[in-house]
Design a protein around this ligand. Sequence first.
Ligand code: CDP
Length: 789
Amino acid sequence: MATDATEIRGLGHRVKRKEDDRFIRGKGTYVDDIKLPGMLHMAILRSPLAHAKINSIDTSRAAALPGVVAVVTGELLAEYNLAWMPTLSYDTQAVLATDKVRFQGQEVAAVVAEDPYTAKDALELIDVDYEPLEAIVSPQRALEADAPVIRDDKEGQTGNAIYHWEAGDKEATDKAFGEADVVVSLDTFYPRCHPAPLETCGCVADVNPATGQATIYMTSQAPHAHRTVFALVAGLPEENIRIVSPDIGGGFGNKVPIYPGYVAATAASLVLGRPVKWIEDRSENLISTGFARDFHMHGELALKRDGTMLGLRTHLLSDNGAFFADAQPSKFKAGLFHIVTGSYDLPAAHVAADGAYTNKAPGGVAYRCSFRVTEASYLIERLVQNAAYELGLDPAELRLKNFIKSDQFPYSSPTGFVYDSGDYHAAMNLALEKIGYDDLRKEQAEARAQGKLYGVGLASFTEVVGAGPHKDYDILGLKMFDSAELRIHPTGKAILKIGVQTQGQGHETTFAQIVAEELGIQPEDVLVQHGDTDNTPYGLGTYASRSTPTGGAATAMVSRKVREKARKIAAHLLEVSEEDVEFAHGSFSVKGAPDRAKTIGEVAFAAYTNFPDGMEPGLEDVHYYDPPNMTYPFGTYVVAVEVDPETGQWTVRRMVAVDDCGVRINPMIVEGQIHGGLTEGFGIAAMQLITFDEGGNCIGSNFIDYLIPTAWETPRFETHETVTPSPHHPIGAKGVGESATVGSPAAYVNAVIDALSHLGIRNIDMPLTKGKVWEAIQAAGGTSKEAGS
Ligand code: CDP
C-alpha cells in the first residue's frame, strides 16, 4: 500500500531534534564523562610570560609529590621526536616549550598524576627560570625592522612576516579607480575573538601497551583528519589509531586544530602504558586555544557619482600569533577573504594580505564562518554604508542598484569564485518590507528632530561554504570531500554513518530526514552515527558550514544508490521489469497500477530473505561526494538602534533577518542556527574582545573579562526566508550554520554609526562598548549640535 505523502517527515519538516532527549536529560557522553580503568590525569604548566628565553626547567620537586606519576617536558618529548608538531598551515608549533616561550599560556610542562587535583598542585612545584624578552603584541610592531624575531627556531626566518598573498586583477582595479568619480576608504580592525565553546578542549588517550592500539577520545571537529595527522606526527600505524569524538559541546572552529595537550597526553599514555585524561579549564581554553579574526583591514571602493560601483581595493594585515596555525586550504593563504566583493556586481577587485607572527596564542580559526569570510563581509558592508553617505544616497538603494541580478547566475566574481545561485534583490526587498523601512526612516527623522540618536543599519552578505571541490580545497594536502554509508536492516530500519562530525547542529535529525526524503524511512528509524573513525567512512570534518553541502549531499547520493538496488528487488517481488517500477513516498509501485506496491520495509526484508538469483544479498552502500562547487548562501539584515547620548549605551529596537540557504531540510533547526549566529554576531559587535597589554598579558581570560551575550541583553530577532536552491546540490540545500555570524556584525555596527553619523562619526571599531561609543560622542563635540539637524 502506498504511504500517505504527509506521513514521511523528510525535507521541510520541523522534526524535533532526536539528540535533544539525551542532552536535556543529562545523558550525553562528553569527553570528560569517559572514565577508563587505571586512568591517570594530566595538567599543563603554562607560561606566565608572553616572550621569554627558558634557561632551565627543574621538575624534581613536582616529581617527588606523592601521587605524581610523571612530569613531562619538551626535552623528554624530544627523545620521541615529539617536542614540536606540524600545524594545519605547514608551520611548526612547540608541544612543550624547550628554547623559548612565545605567548602567555604556552605549554611548558605536563604533570601526570593519579588524580586531577594532585596534577594541578604539582604544577606549582615546577621551577622554570625565564629570561624575559620584548613582547610583540601588534602585527605593525612585529613587521618593524628592529623587532625581535619571535620564530628564531625556524631556519632562515629573519623577521616576523609569514606571508604576502594577492588575488584579483591589480591592473584592472587600478584602471577602475582611475575612472572613478568618488573613492571611499576605510581603515578598520576586526578584533580578536574567541569561539568559547561551552565544553572546553580535552582528551582521554589510551594506548594499549600489549597491542599498540591507540584509542583517543577527543574534542575534535575533524576526527578522521586528526587520525591521519596523529599517524604522521607520532609515526604510529594509522590502523592502530582510533579517534572517538563523542558528544561535543560546541566547536565553532575552536576544535579543529590539534593542541599540544592531545599530543602530550598521548605521548604520556604511550610511555606509561595507562590511559591519560587531559581536560583544560576555561582560562586555559581562552588564552591558549584557537582564537579568531584579529584582522587589520584597509578598503577602498571606487564609484561613479550615480552610485555605480567600479572597483574594490583591499589590504589586510593578519595577526597570527606565535605559530601559524590556521586550517585554511593551501591554495588560499588568507582564507576565503576574496569573497570581499560580497553581493555586488563589481567589475574589478584586488586583495593583498600580509600575515605576521606576534606573541599571542595561535589560531585564526573559522569561528562560525569559512576562513576570513566574516572579516570580508564586514569590510565591504561598512564601505558601502560610507559610500551611501558620501554620495547622499539611501544605503538600501545603493545596494539594490549594485546587486548581482538573479539572471546573472552562475556569476563569476572578479576574485575567482563562481556563485551558484542567488536573488539578492528578493532577500533585501523582503527585509525592507518586514521592517517597514520607509516608516522607519520617517521615525528616525522625527527622533533626530527631538535630539535622539536613532540609527538604521543594513548589511547584505554572500557566504562561500561547503569546502569543497577537491581541486581547490585541502587540509595539509588531504583533499576535501565527504562521505556517507547507509545500511538498511531487514526490518526496514537504517543506520547512517557519516564522515562529518556533529557538535550540536542537529545532524542526527537532519541527516535522517534526508534519508527519509529519499527512501521513505521515517527519521526516527534512521540512526545517525558519527565521530568514531573505526566506524564511519573517511571525512574531513565539520566546520565552515560544510556538513550539509558535502555530507548532506553524500547522504542523498548514497540513499539514491540504495534506492536503485531496492527498485530491482521490488521489481523481483512485483514480478515486473525494473523500468515498470516507480518510487514515491517510501513505496515502489507498478506504473499505471498504484495498488500493486511494496513498501521500503518489505523490500528491505526481501534483500535478506527473498532476493533475485545472482544478486548480492543485503541493502547498503557508501558514497564519497566531491562537490562540483561551493554553495553561496546569502541574506540581508536590517537593524534599528537607539543610542543613549548620556551613556553611549545602544539598544536594538528591531532586528530583521532574511536568510536564504536554499532548500531547508529542517526549518526549525535552521532558525536555531540563525538565532545562534545572530547572537554571536551581536556579541562580537557589542562586547566580545580578547586583548593584550603591552607585556602580552591576555585580557579576556575568563567570562568576567570576555563577555558572552546572555538572553538578558540579546535583542529579539525577527527571522524570514527566501528559497533559492543550489542548482548543483542533490537536494538544493546550501549550508547555513555560519551565515548569521558572518552577516550580522556589520548590520549592528552600521546601525550605531548611522545613529551617530550626523555628528560626523563614520567609523568606530568593534566591540561597540558603551564607553567607546560615549567617548566617540564626546570627541565629536557631544550631542548638543544634533537637535533639529
Ligand atoms: O557544517 P554545519 O553543520 O555547521 O553547518 P550546516 O551544514 O550549514 O548545517 C547546520 C544545521 O542546519 C545542520 O543540522 C543542517 O543539516 C541544517 N540545515 C538545514 O536543515 N537546511 C539547510 N539548507 C542547511 C542546513
